[in-house]
Structure formats: structure tokens, C-alpha cells
Design a protein around this ligand. Structure first.
Ligand code: 9G3
Length: 564
């Protein structure tokens, strides 16, 4: 492609609203343009990279035994009402009406759609297992779209769905797709980890997220420094406390702690550590007030608490609700002597035998608190794993210590079970002629997000830098002075020869100064570069890969290097 004929509007200036490097560079290098918050156009270079990522995803999905389909983005609300999710999702699910006032959703995902597509025509176990996938535009009205393609409101997703008679069949297919995902991210040159994840509202059993390691990632990964244990912090469990180590009880005393509210204030005032304090949080779990107690140096893990309490929503109670329920505001609440509310404590609290906690009276705390004596006997009903794992904690698999990293979720694979087939009555006859609900799996890759995640990992201050496998072109050919006959004819000859050998070439034939061409080439980030300049007369060109220094090669050497 000649750069004088295509559309690559590079920018010198950094776009004001672009906070992260990949977003800045994808805009500056003329790959994408924003049309509205979280909504982008792909310009020629952006689309070529996207197409190469799609091709890798398609190859690996087909190699794993799935067939490609394409489902509509417009989904009848009836489907979402059957599954019950029409009312579960709020403004994030984009909805519209057609000319007959029929309600539709703009597809955020396609579990309902695929289940309704198959339930009438898949009715025998002989048709299973079956795996279908699509690469299709999804719509999710994110509250805070940001970081360019990393969190958009209209984005490209590969979503796949598998259908099974048995859980063994699901496990086998899940493993095949898991491997296909590892191949996709490896081929795209991504530094990633597969981590244990929480299935959230999706139900089902174990599932994994694929995380691109990145400091700007929104997710925190907890991984072991010795084994291959890795989990989303939402999911990372602590070893279960079987038998709390408890010392002799001390005398419970109420002490005045004027205006000490935070754990740090109270700890320093009473000259104890945060680990000797109890952090009490009054929360609304769905609509029930629950008193949650953690050790002062631990953080609440809301996902774990939701799973323990079996609720959908957890919000912190207001100060007024705390005053109403416990007689004082948040800074002085505590579990001692509370019988009107359900109390759930993190299991580490059970080992506190000489602790400090709020006295449910403004300006006062208790010291000498003994959890088992003063809160509740040690039982699963009162003590559970509800805290975030922390760096340095023992790895749940017993090997090594936990280290944190930040990641960008680029893939998620779920064992869904029968959640959708039961809700939408998708059944098959098994080998005994008995009707069974179909067992399902669902598997997603954020294709446009993947492009941005690779850019985020590989780019440097000079510009983007694509792995060969997904670069928009195989070679970036620059001619320094198109008006110089020697340079022009050599560049044209190279361009034609490379095209004839099936090498895709972006040819910067513009009548621009060398500096402009180099700056643009650095922004665009095609890894292999050939520069036709002053040495053209001697049949020599400059050749470079990535950010490595250029080397002078003969034309034949350069063509050989490109072919390799
Ligand atoms: C919605 C909206 C947002 C959503 C969903 C539904 C996330 C939703 C989870 C999934 C599960 C899997 C198939 C591919 C792999 C992931 N955000 N999820 O279901 F209506 Cl607005 O998408 N779907």
C-alpha cells in the first residue's frame, strides 16, 4: 500500500483525554478515531491489526473443534425475560424499541440468543458435544468508558458456547478451549496469566480469566512466587482456619478514646497494632443489615462476602443506619454485646484474644476483647474467609508466598452448567431416551481490547511496536528522497518484488522530509523497516527490526532477511 494513497492521519500532539500510552499512540499513529465516549472507528492500520488478531482467534477456535456462526446484535427482550436477565441488568444493557414498539436489547453477550437458536434443533445426545463461536460487535453502556479500546461501549468480542450431555464432556472441551486461548495470546505476543476467577452473576462452577499483565490493569492478580497458583484477588482464597490458636482471655475494659475513629488512630492512641484491632463494617446485604468484622490490617473482599451471604448486592450502611442499629456512627461500632444483628467475621478474627474494637458508644472502645468469648463461638456460621488475600500471605496451594500483579482481563472462560438451558428449557434425549437439560460452557475473548492490551505492553515512548504476527504490514518501506531517480527506482523495484513474493508492504512514497517519515514510522510500529536513501546508487539499503540499530544491507540480503 502506498502511503500517499491511504489514510494514516498521524498526530504530533498527545490527545488530551487519552490517559494511557496505548490509547495515546493508537490515536496519534492514526489507527483509531473516537466518535463518542467508548465508541471508535478503526482506520486502515487499526483494521488490519484487528483483522490479523481475528484470524488468529478464528484459527485457534476452529483447531479446537468449534464452528463459526454470526448472530444478530438486535435481541428480542423476550429472550432476556425468559432467562430473567432483562431485569437483572440495569442501564449497562442498551435497549431500544422498533417501529412496532417491540423491545430489543443491543447484544452485550449471547447466552440467551444461542440457547434459543439451538433448543428447537438440538434434541439428541448424538448431536453433542457441539461448539459454536462468533466474532461480533457487543454493546455495553459502561458507566466510565476509558483507556480507549480497553473499556469501550461498542467493542469486538469472540464469544463461544459449547453444549454437552455430561460434565466430563464439558471439562474436556473446556480444557481444549483453555489451550486454544493460551495459543491465541502467545501468538499475539502477549505476556499473560490464566487466573482462577469468580463466576459472579454467571453462576456455574470453576472458571478462569486470562489477564494481560499491565500496571494499568484494573484487576489485581494474586500469584504464588513458587508454584503456578494464580487467582483474581476477588477469588483468591485463604487456607481454611481449622483450629484457631486462642490465648487466655483478658479482662474486657471500656476505655475512652476521644475522637479516635480510624483503625490507625485508635491503634496509635492505645499503643497497639492494627492487627490487634477489629474493623467493624455495617453493611446492607441485599436488604438485611449485617455486621461484618475483620482484623484491622485486613480488607473486606465483597465477592467472597456475597458468596458467603448468598446475596446479590453489598453496600455500606449510612452513618444514620449505624446510629439507628448500634447507637453510634461508623467510627465506634463493634460486635461486643450485639445480638440484634447477624455478625459475620473473617476467620482471622477468631484468633484475636486480646483485641480492641468499638464499644457502640461515641468516644469509647473495648480493650481485652476475646473473639470466641465476646463475639461468638468458632463456627462456619460466624467465621468465614471474607478478606482479600495480601502480599506475603501463604499461597492457598501451600507452596510459596503471594505476590500481586495488575492485569487487563482479555479472556474469560466459564463452565455455565444448566443455568440457561433450565431457564429456557433447552433439553435433549439421552442414550436412555430420558430428557436432560443441556450442559453449557461460554468463552469470551475481548478482540478489540486484546489489540490495545498488546499495544500497551509492547509500545515505548517512541511509538507502537507490533509483534510480527499482528503488525498491520510485514514491512515498512521508506524512500528518503522520491525525487532522486536512483532512490525512487530502487524503492519501486523493492516494492514490486516484495509484493510479488506475498510480503505485505506499507510504502512511504510521500514527498515528506525524512524526519517526518521516521517519526511516523516510529509511531506506526511496523517491526521490519527498509530505508532507501543515499546508498541506493551502490545498491545498498538500511534495514532494521524493532528498535534495534539499522544495518546496511545489499538489496538481495534485505529481501532474504524479509523472507526469513
Ligand atoms: C449484560 C451486560 C454486561 C455483561 C453481561 C450481560 C458481562 C454478561 C458476563 C459474560 C459472560 C460470558 C459470553 C462470552 C464470555 C463471557 N457483562 N457478562 O453476561 F447484559 Cl450489559 O459476558 N459471555
Amino acid at each position: 500500500m502506498r502511503q500517499s494513497n491511504t489514510h494514516i492521519p498521524t498526530l504530533r500532539d498527545v490527545p488530551a483525554d487519552a490517559e494511557v500510552r496505548s490509547h495515546q499512540l493508537l490515536v496519534r499513529a492514526g489507527y483509531i478515531r473516537q466518535s463518542a465516549a467508548g465508541i471508535y472507528s478503526f482506520l486502515p492500520l487499526g483494521l488490519r491489526v484487528l483483522s490479523r488478531v481475528k484470524e488468529i482467534v478464528r484459527e485457534e477456535m476452529e483447531a479446537a473443534g468449534l464452528s463459526e456462526i454470526l448472530m444478530p446484535a438486535l435481541q428480542l427482550s423476550d429472550l432476556w425475560k425468559e432467562s430473567g436477565r432483562w431485569s437483572v441488568y440495569g442501564p449497562e444493557l442498551m435497549r431500544l424499541e422498533d417501529r412496532h414498539q417491540r423491545e430489543f436489547a443491543l447484544g452485550a453477550t449471547h447466552e440467551e440468543m444461542i440457547t434459543s437458536l439451538l433448543r428447537d434443533e438440538v434434541n439428541s445426545y448424538k448431536q453433542l458435544p457441539l461448539g459454536l463461536f462468533q466474532i461480533q460487535t457487543k454493546f455495553r453502556d459502561e458507566k466510565r468508558p476509558r483507556f480507549g479500546l480497553l473499556r469501550g461501549r461498542e467493542f469486538l468480542m469472540k464469544d463461544a458456547y459449547t453444549f454437552h450431555l455430561t460434565n466430563e464432556s464439558l471439562d474436556e472441551f473446556y480444557q481444549r478451549i483453555f489451550t486454544a486461548y493460551e495459543n491465541v495470546f502467545t501468538r499475539c505476543g502477549m505476556n499473560f496469566r490464566a487466573v482462577l476467577a469468580d463466576s459472579g452473576a454467571m453462576g456455574g462452577t470453576d472458571n478462569h480469566e486470562f489477564m494481560a499483565l499491565s500496571e494499568i490493569g484494573e484487576d489485581t492478580i494474586a500469584y504464588s512466587d513458587e508454584s503456578n497458583y494464580a487467582a483474581n484477588i476477588e477469588m483468591a482464597a485463604l487456607p481454611k482456619l481449622e483450629k484457631p490458636e486462642i490465648g487466655e482471655p483478658k479482662e474486657l475494659a471500656k476505655v475512652e478514646t476521644p475522637v479516635q475513629k480510624t483503625i490507625a488512630d485508635v491503634a496509635s492512641f492505645l499503643n497497639v497494632t492494627a492487627a490487634q484491632c477489629m474493623k467493624s463494617l455495617l453493611v446492607k446485604a441485599d436488604d438485611e443489615l449485617v455486621l461484618v468484622v475483620l482484623r484491622g490490617d485486613h480488607e473486606l473482599n465483597e465477592t467472597k462476602l456475597k458468596n458467603v451471604l448468598q446475596v446479590e448486592d453489598i453496600t455500606l450502611a449510612t452513618d444514620d443506619e449505624a446510629r439507628e442499629a448500634l447507637g453510634t456512627g461508623h467510627g465506634f461500632i463493634g460486635p461486643v454485646g450485639v445480638s440484634s444483628l447477624r455478625i459475620i467475621a473473617d476467620q482471622a478474627v477468631a484468633e484475636l484474644d486480646d483485641a480492641v474494637c468499638g464499644a457502640n458508644e461515641a468516644g469509647y472502645h473495648y480493650t481485652g476483647v476475646h473473639a470466641i468469648r465476646d463475639i461468638a463461638p468458632f463456627s462456619e456460621e460466624h467465621y468465614a474467609d471474607i478478606r482479600n488475600i495480601q502480599e506475603g500471605d501463604p499461597s492457598p496451594d501451600g507452596r510459596g508466598k503471594i505476590v500481586f500483579a495488575r492485569g487487563i482481563e482479555v479472556g474469560h472462560v466459564f463452565k455455565l452448567g444448566k443455568k440457561y438451558s433450565e431457564a429456557m428449557d433447552a433439553t435433549i434425549l439421552d442414550q436412555n431416551g430420558k430428557s436432560q437439560h443441556i450442559i453449557m460452557g461460554s468463552y469470551g475473548i475481548g478482540v478489540s481490547r486484546l489489540l490495545a492490551a498488546v499495544a500497551e505492553q509492547q509500545a515505548d515512548e517512541k511509538g507502537l511496536l507490533w509483534p510480527e504476527t499482528i503488525a498491520p504490514y510485514d514491512v515498512h518501506l521508506l524512500v528518503m528522497n522520491p525525487k532522486d531517480e536512483e532512490q525512487h527506482s530502487l524503492a519501486e523495484k523493492l516494492y514490486q518484488e516484495m509484493k510479488e513474493t506475498g510480503t505485505s508492504v506499507l510504502y512511504d512514497d510521500r514527498k515528506e522530509r525524512a524526519g517526518v517519515k521516521f517519526a511516523d514510522a516510529d509511531l506506526i510500529g511496523i517491526p521490519t523497516r527498509i530505508i532507501v536513501g543515499k546508498q541506493a546508487a551502490e545498491g545498498k539499503i538500511e534495514f532494521s527490526k524493532g528498535r534495534e540499530p539499522k544495518e546496511v544491507l545489499t538489496v538481495e540480503e534485505a529481501l532474504a532477511a524479509v523472507r526469513s
